[in-house]
Design a protein around this ligand. Structure first.
Ligand code: A2P
Length: 316
């Protein structure tokens, strides 16, 4: 399986399993089946509320002979633990839930800080404003986690280019990953170019359009990526499925990609997408589909008085 190489030589499998929206009760079996099929990269987060069950599945797999160093595990710091003194305890909780002594990659999930104890703010009073708690302060605490051997790499998620640039300027350990929404309807060419130049890897989340998002994250009349006729046409020519074409597109662009499934047949189908070879013409046709359409808009934070709006959160 193809990998992305980090500065210290560590190799992250480009293809991984997403666990957002994988419910407790289903996620463990999905991780077990994925590892059995040959997945070697599992993407987790504290906010997904399922890390303990992922940990049980990992423990079973380790008992069955899988070695810790053979699987890449990512998790993410939730926004309620951005205060520097809260960062290490948050990672320690994730490690305890996952049953691990270290992560391969720990990401700041959003560039947005909540006051402690606030999972999702209902008012701006429940948020730290960026000048009260800039991401650079949280980042310094994340750097200390690398020093302590609790995670091998650190990075960010949902950062736009200006925020990523600003963080890189103050960072001692440069962010090595930005995990963002990427698919043919949201191609983000400027982000790709910036990260290629800066040596930051990208991971594509919601690569299939995340149709199983909770209602609060859905918009009316949103386009359905998996039903796109161009994707369907390319899939038919390759004897592949639309999902496989979407995954192959992300791999061909040199990003990591983490489709979520809890369905055994789809887990196998998605892994087999690593064998789909798209032509330059296929990539060009998919390239025309960009419409700047976000399935994950960050609307949780667009509260009255919040500095975050669709424009300010994502502006290039
Ligand atoms: P399920 O988990 O029930 O199999 P994303 O990765 O963009 O968040 O998308 C996840 C959604 O796509 C889930 O609803 C998942 O369903 C579904 N899905 C995953 N793999 C496939 C596939 N190969 N074909 C169709 N739908 C898929």
């Amino acid at each position: 399986m193809t990998t992305l190489t980090f500065a210290n030589g560590d190799a992250m499998p480009q293809f991984g399993l997403g666990t957002w929206k994988a419910e407790p009760g289903a996620v463990g079996a999905a991780v077990t089946e994925a590892l059995r099929l040959g997945y070697r990269h599992i993407d987790c987060a504290r906010i997904y509320g399922n890390e303990a069950e992922v940990g049980q599945a990992l423990a079973e797999a380790f008992k069955g002979g899988l070695r810790r160093e053979d699987v890449w595990i990512t998790s993410k710091l939730w926004n309620d633990a951005h205060r520097p003194e809260d960062v290490r305890p948050a990672l320690e909780q994730t490690l305890a839930d996952l049953g691990l002594s270290y992560l391969d990659l720990y990401l700041m999930h959003w560039p947005i800080a909540h006051k402690p104890g606030v999972t999702l703010p209902q008012t701006t009073d429940e948020m730290f404003m960026p000048d009260e708690l800039p991401p650079s302060e949280t980042w310094a605490a994340m750097e200390a986690l690398v020093d302590a051997g609790l995670t091998r790499h650190i990075g960010v998620s949902n950062f736009n280019v200006p925020r990523l640039k600003a963080l890189m300027e103050s960072a001692r350990i440069t962010p090595e990953m930005n995990q963002i929404e990427l698919h043919p309807y949201l191609q983000q060419p400027e982000m790709l170019a910036f990260c290629r130049e800066a040596g930051v890897h990208l991971t594509a989340y919601s690569p299939l359009g995340s149709r199983d998002r909770p209602a609060v994250l859905r918009q009316e009349n949103e386009p359905t990526l998996l039903d796109d006729p161009t994707v369907a046409e390319i899939a038919a020519r390759h004897g592949a499925t639309p999902a496989q074409v979407l995954i192959a597109w992300a791999l061909h662009r040199g990003t990591a990609v983490i489709p979520k499934s809890v369905t055994p047949e789809r887990l196998a189908q998605n892994l087999a997408a690593t064998e789909v070879r798209l032509s330059d013409d296929d990539m060009a046709a998919l390239g025309t589909l960009d419409r700047d359409a976000r399935y994950v808009s960050g609307n949780f934070w667009f509260l009255p008085g919040s500095p975050y709006t669709m424009e300010t959160l994502w502006a290039a």
